[in-house]
Write a protein that binds this ligand. Structure first.
Ligand code: ADE
Length: 268
C-alpha cells in the first residue's frame, strides 16, 4: 500500500523509519512518499499562508500550493483515496482504518497554522479527525492513521491474524495477556491459562474481552459483533458484574443459536 503525505514538515514523519512500518517498507509492502507542498508555492518567497479575508488573527493556508502538489502526483497505480486531517472531520476508528486499507493509495493532506482555505476541502474524498482536541497540525494525526491502516495491510504484521484478534477488531476490547513468571508482585496468572485446555482458554479470553468492554467501553457494545456462545457468557457475567446486569438491554439481542428441532424442521 502506498501512503502519499502532503505536508510542510516532512521531518515530522521520522517514525515511519522505525519498527514495523520500517520493516513493511523494507519488504516492499509499504511505500511512503513525503511531499513538501511548499515546493509548489507560487511566490518567490514560497509563502504557503496568508491573512484571512474578513480580518481576525492568525494565518490561513493558501489553496494553490496544495492543488498544484496534488496535480503533480504520479497517476495512481490503483484505487486512490484522498483524506484531509482536520479536527472537523469524522472521528477515526478501527472500522475506518479497515475501510482505508482496501485502497491501493492513501493521500493524506496535513493542514497547519490556524486553518486552511475552505477550497482545500474540495480536494479530499473525506475528512478525518483523530479525536476531539486540536493539534498544532495534521501531521501527528496522519501518523496515527498511517499506523492503523498500515498494520492491516496483508503481510505487514508477522502473524497474519494478529490484527484481527486485537482490541477493537470485532468491536470488543481485547482480553488480558500474561507471560512468565506465573506469580509476580503478588499477582497470579489465571489458572486456566496454565491448563493447556485450549477450549477453556478461548472461552476465558472471550469472557474477559466482553467483561472489559462492558466495564470500560460500554459505548462500543451496540456496534460490536456477537459470536455463538456469547449469550451464555453474558448470563455468567451478569451474575458477576452489576454493570453487565444493568446493560442487559444492550445484549438481550445476543440470542443463543436456535436449537435444531427433531425432524429438522427449523421454520415450523
Ligand atoms: N489537526 C488538528 N487537530 C486535529 C485532529 N484532532 N485530528 C485530525 N487533524 C487535526
Amino acid at each position: 500500500m502506498k501512503f502519499t503525505i502532503l505536508t510542510l514538515f516532512p521531518e515530522m514523519f521520522a517514525p515511519l523509519d522505525c519498527s514495523i512500518l520500517k520493516r513493511g517498507r523494507d519488504e516492499g509492502l509499504l511505500v511512503f512518499d513525503l511531499v513538501n507542498f511548499r515546493d509548489f508555492a507560487l511566490s518567490r518567497h514560497k509563502n504557503v499562508d496568508d491573512t484571512p479575508y474578513g480580518g481576525g488573527g492568525g494565518m490561513v493556508l493558501k489553496p494553490e500550493p496544495l492543488y498544484a502538489a496534488l496535480a503533480a502526483l504520479p497517476p495512481p497505480a490503483g484505487a486512490r483515496r484522498v483524506a484531509l486531517l482536520t479536527p472537523q472531520g469524522a472521528l477515526f476508528s478501527q472500522s475506518r482504518a479497515a475501510a482505508l486499507a482496501a485502497y491501493d493509495e492513501l493521500v493524506l493532506i496535513c493542514g497547519h497554522y490556524e486553518g486552511f482555505d475552505e477550497r482545500i476541502r474540495a480536494l479530499a474524498d473525506e475528512e478525518i479527525s483523530i479525536g476531539d482536541y486540536v493539534l498544532t497540525g495534521g501531521e501527528p494525526a496522519a501518523l496515527v492513521v498511517i499506523d492503523a491502516v498500515a498494520r492491516l495491510t496483508p503481510g505487514v504484521l508477522g502473524q497474519e491474524d494478529a490484527a484481527r484478534t486485537d482490541s477493537h477488531a470485532g468491536g470488543f476490547l481485547e482480553h488480558p495477556h500474561y507471560t512468565r513468571p506465573p506469580l509476580f508482585a503478588g499477582q497470579r496468572v489465571p489458572e486456566v491459562l496454565l491448563s493447556g485446555d485450549h477450549a477453556a482458554i478461548e472461552r476465558w479470553r472471550r469472557k474477559e474481552s466482553l467483561r472489559r468492554t462492558f466495564l470500560r467501553r460500554p459505548d462500543l457494545v451496540p456496534e460490536a459483533v456477537w459470536r455463538e456462545g456469547d449469550y451464555a457468557i453474558l448470563e455468567e457475567l451478569a451474575a458477576e458484574e452489576e454493570t453487565v446486569r444493568l446493560c442487559r438491554p444492550l445484549w438481550a439481542g445476543a440470542a443463543p443459536p436456535a436449537r435444531r428441532r427433531k425432524g429438522g424442521d427449523r421454520h415450523g
